[in-house]
Design a protein around this ligand. Structure first.
Ligand code: 4AD
Ligand code: MG
Length: 445
């Protein structure tokens, strides 16, 4: 057998005889020629069968192979600048083939399928080139997140998934039975991060996060991944600086390492290339003024109705979309009304109805990708906030303790992996950013 190689590295083997283990993505033929689009998980290459070279029997065998047949193909790598859509411009001249399984009637054909059908067949759909590209971008984003934070001196400390208390509102809790007691799947690791920074300075957790989101939107999953950095001795401005460097690093890394995947997704690269610090910063007050002006201009009565908003309201998707259209970079909105945010946010000095929160909204209509804030550092204020939110005080005693033993100004944020993937890939619906997404109406496959 010739050297076993992956398609991703095929350029290193120009002119050599190699073996590729993979699957048939598509096939077409004409007379003495049969063209296989062969995929191996790392890429796609065109493999060409030529009847006079292979003989009638082998050629007929290749011609009879259905989509997604598993095959081990040997052949000579040759540069072919005519091969359409083949990254790097190489093809394989087939000299031998071992059929592992010949497949007939693979359910996903090149014709159009409805999204529900594709989601039902998610276990197969992942093989399709766009889904494949999205997952490759996702892994690169995960790696970039870790590399950036490690480089900046953050320690990765894990936080529990089974928790006794709510942190981000009681309406989205998934309840579990914990030996007869009530427990919840973690909505965030933040409260534990706040304990960890007092031991380690700068930390992050990065893992699965759960929200029982009872609405069907393009932005919500029930299970998603969140990275949450938390920093001791850090104020809101320093937090925004970190966030804009972090997000820019992620975007630039994907641009550097995943160009072919972004091309497959037909992503507009210029929109990503300009993502660099500084990002614009506007207050919630200014955002409301801008939204009022946008609404004034709106002529469609239905949209006008949708864009209605008063000071004190939280933004809905249409508001975020309209706001971000005014900027070509992500935009920080800081200083939200205390009433629409979680209980732990530090009040704005002299304006207790406002808190030191900051959300980062992605451009091109993608909306919130980061939520963060400076945290309350006074134990009595915190106790009062917990009561105001009608949370049971017992599970929060350890959290209040942190304010009794060496409390400091501190801040942190959470970035949603899937929303970031959706934005960077330029895809409309968040469900395609998770290999096996969990939503209100789906937990299979
Ligand atoms: O704004 P959120 O709820 O903030 C927190 O959980 C804070 N405790 C984070 C922190 O300060 N450490 O969520 C943060 C981000 C959102 O901006 C969004 O990107 C993502 O998590 N997110 C979701 N992504 C997909 N589906 C959902 N249901 C999400 N809920 C939040
Ligand atoms: Mg939020």
């Amino acid at each position: 057998m010739a050297t076993e190689v992956t398609i991703e590295k095929i350029a290193q083997y120009d002119g050599q005889e190699v073996t590729i283990k993979g699957w048939i993505y598509a096939a077409t033929g004409k007379g003495k020629l049969q063209f296989l689009r062969l995929r191996d998980g790392t890429g796609i290459i065109q493999a060409v069968a030529f009847r006079p070279e292979l003989g009638d029997d082998l050629f007929a065998l290749i011609k009879g192979l259905g989509q997604e047949s598993s095959v081990i193909v040997t052949g000579k790598v040759r540069a072919d600048h005519r091969a359409p859509g083949i990254p790097g411009g190489f093809e394989l001249g087939i000299s031998g083939i071992e059929v592992v399984q010949n497949v007939h009637e693979y359910p996903i054909t090149p014709k159009e399928h409805g999204v529900e059908f594709l989601m039902d067949n998610r276990h197969l759909w992942l093989r399709s080139s766009q889904q494949w590209a999205i997952m490759r971008v996702r892994t690169t984003i995960k790696r970039a997140i870790i590399d950036f934070l490690d480089e900046q001196g953050f320690l990765n400390i894990d936080t529990p998934i089974v928790t006794p208390a709510a942190a981000e509102g009681t309406s989205t809790l998934f309840e579990v039975d914990y030996y007869g007691d009530k427990a919840y799947l973690a909505q965030t690791g933040q409260l534990y991060n706040e304990a960890n920074i007092m031991a380690f300075g700068k930390v992050y957790c990065f893992g699965p996060t759960f929200r029982a989101e009872k609405s069907k939107t393009r932005r919500h999953l029930s299970e998603f991944w969140m990275v949450e950095p938390e920093i001791a001795y850090c104020d809101l401005d320093q937090l925004m600086e970190l966030e804009e460097q972090f997000v820019s690093y992620i975007v630039q890394t994907v641009l550097q390492k995943r160009r072919p995947e972004l091309a497959l997704l037909e992503r507009d690269l210029t929109a990503l290339e300009r993502i660099a610090p500084p990002f614009p910063r506007i207050s919630y007050d200014e955002a409301i003024e801008r939204l009022h002006a946008i609404r004034e201009e709106e002529t469609d009565p239905e949209r006008k109705e949708m864009l209605a908003i008063e000071w004190g309201d939280d933004f809905g998707s249409p508001h975020e979309t309209e706001l971000t259209k005014q900027f070509d970079k992500p935009v920080f909105v800081y200083g939200y009304p205390t009433a629409v945010k979680a209980f732990y946010m530090e009040p704005w000095p002299g304006r207790p109805e406002v808190c030191k929160s900051v959300d980062l909204l992605a451009p091109e209509g993608y909306g919130e990708i980061i939520g963060g804030s400076e945290r309350m550092s006074d134990p009595d204020l915190l106790m009062a906030a917990i009561e105001r939110h009608q949370l049971p005080p017992e599970p929060y005693q350890w959290y209040i303790d942190l304010r009794r033993y060496g409390t400091v100004q501190h801040s942190g944020f959470g970035l949603g992996l899937e929303r970031t993937v959706a934005w960077i890939c330029g895809i409309e619906h968040i469900r395609q950013t998770s290999p096996f997404p969990r939503t209100l109406n789906r937990m299979t496959p």
